[in-house]
Design a binder for this molecule. Structure first.
Ligand code: L34
Length: 293
């Protein structure tokens, strides 16, 4: 058996078509506005931020890209965030992570107006998410849920195993999937670096979500026949002949796809969904500011 490939690129395309229509229909009332702030020159971050701005532009969303050098002080970054908190054209503020070591990440995320926090990283939005209240959902977990829902994967009652406990992916995706919601109602196990017997857990997963940041960490002998695999990892493992980054997921795709019922590829899996959910949140924010939601 070879797995069905769950294409994030295709699913994202469908959602972007919907958003494009929505943005066009809003045009005489509000133009959604996004600002991305990148500190430093990390090549992966540069590529993600560029993709976010390009996608925004394609959907008719106003987008501004702010790039600050790696030595920028925390104070200057906070001042910039404050400027955009007060900018009426901007409905979404994204500070790309990770930030340089000398900047306190939590302090910066706290400074973003929760109503413009389209990443869903502000403690107010995290709290609302955990309580199941209306909020901006974090983009990667939201993308994973949309991918499952739109691929017709039944999550209710499923054994979901998440590998990785980051604030950006592991913790929120585990939390969302246990909630009474679409793509939720699962029985969730969250594994991490101190998990005693990782294989015991991964082998009983109906749905395995891997966000560990370790290239090709999950092999075929660690999953059961018929599992649905969502690979969140985007690891740069070299350079292709054309000079582009060579990417690998956290799952050994070639072997695991022979056992799985369905699997997401890297690239073209969760990554494009992350970007698309950011657009969805930005449109949502604009509607809220315009009193239309
Ligand atoms: N503030 N920081 C903030 N918000 C985020 O939501 C992110 N993240 C993560 C890193 N830091 C962040 C992203 O945007 C990871 N991430 C992200 C976004 C997009 C892609 C990967 C990670 C993506 O589009 N990946 C492509 C490959 C792109 C490439 O060539 O590098 C894919 O098909 O997987």
């Amino acid at each position: 058996m070879s797995a069905k490939i769950i294409s994030g690129t295709e699913t994202a395309k469908a959602i972007k078509e919907e958003l494009k229509k929505e943005v066009a229909a809003l045009a005489d009332k509000v133009v959604p506005g996004l600002v991305t702030i990148l500190v430093g020159e990390d090549p992966a971050s540069q590529s993600y931020v560029a993709a976010k701005n390009k996608t925004a532009h394609a959907l008719g969303i106003h987008s501004e890209q702010k790039t600050l050098d790696a030595e920028t002080s925390e104070e200057d970054l906070l001042a910039l965030v404050e400027k955009y908190n007060n900018d009426e054209k901007i409905h979404g503020i994204l500070v790309q992570l990770p930030l340089p070591k000398h900047i306190d990440e939590a302090k910066v995320l706290n400074a973003i107006n929760p109503d413009k926090d389209v990443d869903g990283f502000h403690p107010v939005n995290v709290g609302r998410m955990v309580l199941g209240e209306q909020c901006f959902l974090p983009c990667t977990p939201h993308g994973v849920l949309e991918l499952l829902a739109r691929s017709g994967v039944e999550t209710s009652g499923a054994e979901v195993v998440v590998v990785g406990r980051s604030n950006i992916v592991g913790k929120p995706v585990a939390n969302l999937m246990l909630q009474k919601r679409e793509a939720g109602n699962a029985t969730v196990t969250l594994c991490h670096t101190r998990t005693k017997d990782m294989d015991f857990h991964t082998k009983r997963a109906d749905i395995l979500i891997v966000a560990a940041g370790v290239a090709n960490m999950i092999k075929a002998d660690q999953v059961k026949e018929g599992v649905v695999v969502i690979d969140v990892g985007v690891n740069r493992i070299g350079v292709t002949e054309s000079g582009k980054a060579k990417l690998a997921g956290d799952v050994e795709f070639e072997s695991v796809k022979e056992k799985a019922a369905a699997i997401t590829p890297v690239p073209g899996g969760v990554g494009p969904m992350t970007i698309t959910m950011l657009m969805k949140n930005t449109v949502q924010s604009a509607k809220q500011f315009a009193g239309l939601a």
